[in-house]
Design a protein around this ligand. Structure first.
Ligand code: GLV
Ligand code: MN
Ligand code: MN
Length: 412
């Protein structure tokens, strides 16, 4: 059954811009790292909107917030949402779009007099980004039982403080057990964060799955010494070993070929001085591929190289896994529904995999799950310049509306 109910694009854009003022940074971007004061202020704003829409809002022990609009079948819940934390150099849309589009769907369906058969929940999950506390998708991983609550709460961030102490500090250590509202279906709207839709001229992406993610922290120990007096043959330079690893993973990704990607996003040297050979390096390696076997091969080759290059320099090495998620396939019936809905609404649509990690991937093993993408201008994300045209945001939110409306009416 098709519906002619449509979201209010201007109202959705206003919420996006209002939320983006919280933690606003130069260039139009946003910095709301997980569980900071800015994150708290963003949470307060969104929870206020949820309550104003009449949702029953509850927060769980890892700070995930869920607002529920109860249907006739109260415990049969369709969930949408995403995250409102950002990376340090974030844009306005990553995560925020999915949460605020969820609220817009609730507001639209309520105004249209819809009486839900299934309940509809809008959630935002703690620390999806993983930039401050690893792993990424932490809140949704705990919510779905992929990660233990105690392990998550004890996690130390880049500033040495724990998830637990920050949740308490910002007042978001909730009473509910994670997973307190387990959905029967999960659908998330997100910006693509890559170049495919824009380059090929599509407005909607029907996301088929998410590639596997491997994050490793590597710590290298060398010997600090005088940069002028120490002959090259007598050095044990942790910075040099780190640099070799940076260039190795880049070459490896090219050698394996698309869609293998490899990034060293964080690298710290000590003592980090012009005339001292570094005695210490800490770095991260982010490897991703859609095929688990290839991702494993990329990891094995990277780890072997790290041992080899460190041994040659006489440097010590330790490795720690920060995040490891296998590739995920979304439910074919949800992917097809997104695709058909987009076509019915007159939008160009193509299927594609997601390069970024998403909360939706945590739900995929538990219930029929899917995602809707809208284009990212220039394929830019995790950057203050992240942009999606308002018309495309409206198109994506209307696809979300129609998919959720069908589920809320009780359709398969
Ligand atoms: C997190 O969302 C990531 O994909 O890095
Ligand atoms: Mn995101
Ligand atoms: Mn992100």
């Amino acid at each position: 059954m098709a519906s002619d109910v449509r979201i209010d694009g201007a109202r959705l854009m206003k919420r996006i811009f209002d939320l983006a003022k919280v933690g606003e940074i130069d260039g139009g971007g946003v910095c709301r790292l997980a569980l900071t004061d800015e994150d708290r202020a963003g949470r307060d704003l969104v929870v206020g909107w949820m309550r104003a829409l009449g949702l029953e809002v509850a927060v769980d022990a890892v700070g995930n917030a869920v607002g529920v609009w109860r249907g006739e079948r109260a415990d049969d819940v369709v969930m949408t949402g995403s995250h409102i934390d950002t990376v340090r150099t974030g844009g306005k849309y990553d995560g925020n779009l999915g949460v605020l589009a969820g609220l817009e769907v609730v507001e639209t369906l309520r105004a249209a007099g819809v009486r839900p058969v299934r309940s509809l929940a809008v959630a935002f999950f703690t620390n999806e980004e993983g930039s401050r506390f690893a792993p990424d998708m932490m809140g949704s991983a705990v919510y779905t039982g992929v990660l233990g609550l105690d392990e998550a709460l004890a996690t130390k961030g880049i500033d040495g403080t724990t998830v637990r102490e920050n949740l308490r500090r910002i007042g978001y250590e909730g009473e509910q057990a994670p997973g307190f509202v387990m959905p029967s279906r999960y659908v998330e709207l997100h910006v693509e964060q890559g170049p495919v839709l824009e380059r090929e001229g599509f407005v909607i992406g029907a996301v088929e799955g998410v590639q596997g993610i491997s994050w490793t922290e590597v710590t290298l120990g060398g010997t600090s010494n005088h940069a002028g007096t120490t002959p090259m043959s007598m050095r044990c330079d942790a910075g040099y070993v780190a640099a070799e690893i940076v260039t190795f993973v880049r070459r490896l990704a090219h050698e394996i070929g698309h869609p293998q990607v490899a990034t060293v996003g964080a690298l710290t040297l000590r003592p980090n001085l012009v005339n001292v050979v570094p005695n210490h390096a800490v770095m991260t390696v982010d490897l991703r591929h859609t095929d688990e076997a290839v991702l494993k091969e990329a990891e094995a080759r990277t780890f072997a190289f790290i041992e080899e290059v460190a041994a040659k320099e006489g440097a010590s090495v330790s490795r720690r896994t920060l995040a490891r998620f296998e590739p995920v396939a979304f439910a074919p019936e949800v992917v097809a529904r997104v695709e058909e809905t987009a076509k019915r609404l007159g939008h160009s649509v193509r299927r594609l995999p997601s390069g970024a990690g998403h909360d939706a991937q945590m739900f995929a093993p538990r219930c029929p799950t899917g995602m809707i993408f809208v284009p990212s201008q220039g394929g830019i994300s995790h950057n203050v310049k992240e942009h999606t045209a308002p018309a495309e945001i409206e198109a994506g939110a209307n696809v979300l509306l129609d998919v959720l409306h069908a589920y809320v009416r009780g359709e398969a």
